[in-house]
Design a binder for this molecule. Sequence first.
Ligand SMILES: C[S@@+](CC[C@H](N)C(=O)[O-])C[C@H]1O[C@@H](n2cnc3c(N)ncnc32)[C@H](O)[C@@H]1O
Length: 315
Amino acid sequence: MLENYLNKITCGDSLLLMKELPENAIDLVVTSPPYFNCRSYGNETVGREEHPLEYVANLLEYTFEIKRILKKTGSFYLNIGDVYFGTKGFIRNKGRYARKTDKHYKEHKIVKPDGVYLQYKQLLMMPERVAIGMQEQGWILRNKIIWEKPNPVPSYSPDRRYPVYEHIFHFVKSKKYFFDLEIAKENGHHRDVIRCGIEPFGEHQATFPEKLIEPLILATSKENDVIFDPFSGSGTTSLVALKNKRNYIGFEINKEYCEYSIKRLLKASENLERESFLPKLHLSEEHLIERLDTIITNQTYIPNLFETSYTNDSL
Ligand SMILES: C[S@@+](CC[C@H](N)C(=O)[O-])C[C@H]1O[C@@H](n2cnc3c(N)ncnc32)[C@H](O)[C@@H]1O
């Protein structure tokens, strides 16, 4: 039932949770899954595969389910970054560069070089591989947006250029879908290169800048539409949906990030002072505090790491 998840952040594996949503129910999906072998968030089920193609197959299980629940008029924005072969999280980070979750990578193995695709220094083309897999699932790719960051996380190497962009793929599932080019123009989002700085938010390591996703949401959805983020993190997609009078659904597997995003949404809803709108969203302080209690006490959805099977025949 959609209503059970509407205007809530639910803690659990989105692959399992999505199966509880009806088909053709969501107007817009905006998400950024963990990138391959890049960062650890704690108990993620995507990103810590041993082989890059296992990552692609794993992520395609999620995009398959997203296609089922997306409306025919809907859109899916998938933000995904690339990595070089041999990257293994941030395990090499020391001292002030160390991250809280680096320890999660200590026991993690990665596949050995094969001298062909798997060679050190190889840029793995992960976004393109996922996008091609999605086209094989029947998705239609409308734009390959380049998100250029004036302030990227430094990635220096003396024998190559600095990486300063990521991909945002705009996918649809049918030829007629909702898109307002005039609104995109008003927000300077009518070209397929978008320049926008990163904005770290508190405890979460890889948040969407609000300024990046707000124009996407405004051009590709209407008021009261349902916006969904299956890898919700600190809840930025939900927050921007709330601020723009859209309904939201957020799924996030990490309990701390769930708590964090619920508090963030609570604060935003207090600041919004839109009484006429809030009851419709079922969003009240009591409601959010009640959800917070549920999340803290109810962890039944969280599966063990690597429970997901990698069985996608299309690869
Ligand atoms: C790149 S972050 C998303 C950040 C988000 N866009 C924001 O603005 O905060 C990816 C998130 O996916 C979560 N995640 C990983 N596997 C998941 C799963 N199976 N179900 C739900 N969330 C998952 C991680 O815990 C992490 O918070």
